[in-house]
Design a protein around this ligand. Sequence first.
Ligand code: TYM
Length: 332
Amino acid sequence: KKRVVSGIKPTGEMTLGNYIGAISNFVKMQDEFEMFVFVADLHALTTPQDPVRLRRLVREIVMVYLACGLDPAKTKLFLQSEIAEHSMLSWVLQCHTNMGELERMTQFKDKSAEQKAKSGAIGSGLFCYPVLMAADILLYNPDVVPVGEDQKQHVEITRDIAGRFNHQHGETFVIPEDYTPEVGARIMSLQDPTKKMSKSDENAKGYILLLDEPATIIKKIKSAVTDSEGIVAYDPVNKAGISNLLTIYSVLKNQSIDASVAEFADSNYGTFKQTVGECIVEALTPIQEKFRYYQENPELVDAILDEGAAAVQPIATKNMKKVYKKVGLNRK
Ligand code: TYM
């Protein structure tokens, strides 16, 4: 079986973008691949976090993973911070990465500008963020890394770092492929459809949370920014808002964009939005019910995380030893 590794950063509540761009694909892949899915809690520290809130968000992501259908019998679920080798490998890789490469990362450019505006300073953790992500991936030698569009560049730099390390020290890492879904790799903000839907948006109307109430979901979709043309058609450049809603609908309905366009050929935007809203509610209701089940059974969640960590730890230990040996950090 080919191996798949991916993770999500616990810096906010999970959005429909996280579900469509990432989690729903993990769920589809778990039958075919050996899956390792973690919570990137160390990555959360790259921006200031309240410890109490962070602890809550970490648990929430695990419950969301489970509620969305990740099956612990097929997918190993764990916390990044509980496998110390992520940090250890990150350091070694950092010593094989150039500052210039990290400066070029678009996420760093965006987030560092935000941090600078807020506090006047840029954290070095934010700068080294992609190296930790490379360590998350390379530690397990996966074949495929499923991510949304915005994380593709980080998988690319991972490939570069791995290639360089292999070249310098001999074959060590598998060079992983990225995987982004053809439709839904970039779900856009409902309020500004030229920006991606993000949990860190200060306008809550821009995103749908997986745990949003049905009435809230319908309301947010109804107030989504569209255009004045009045024709439901797919044109991401000129009709970004409508195209985004068509994408969401098509993915959740598991049908092609063309089929959705045909379905709404005679509909006005009001009817279209109502149907899209209801479709989202229908998709999220069972997820929310399962989420509540895990919320009521926290010991189940802990057992799953313990089991996941125990399953991946030997792989991490073995690969880390190999890396230390390659660079000369092995006394015996
Ligand atoms: P994060 O937590 O920002 O996002 C988690 C996953 O959700 C995808 N995503 C989206 N997809 C489509 N439309 C959107 N609007 C949208 N918003 C988010 C992201 O692309 C991602 O796949 N650095 C990563 C976490 C990480 C990781 C890793 C991922 C750490 N180590 C190793 C893969 C492998 C991050 O912050 O994703």
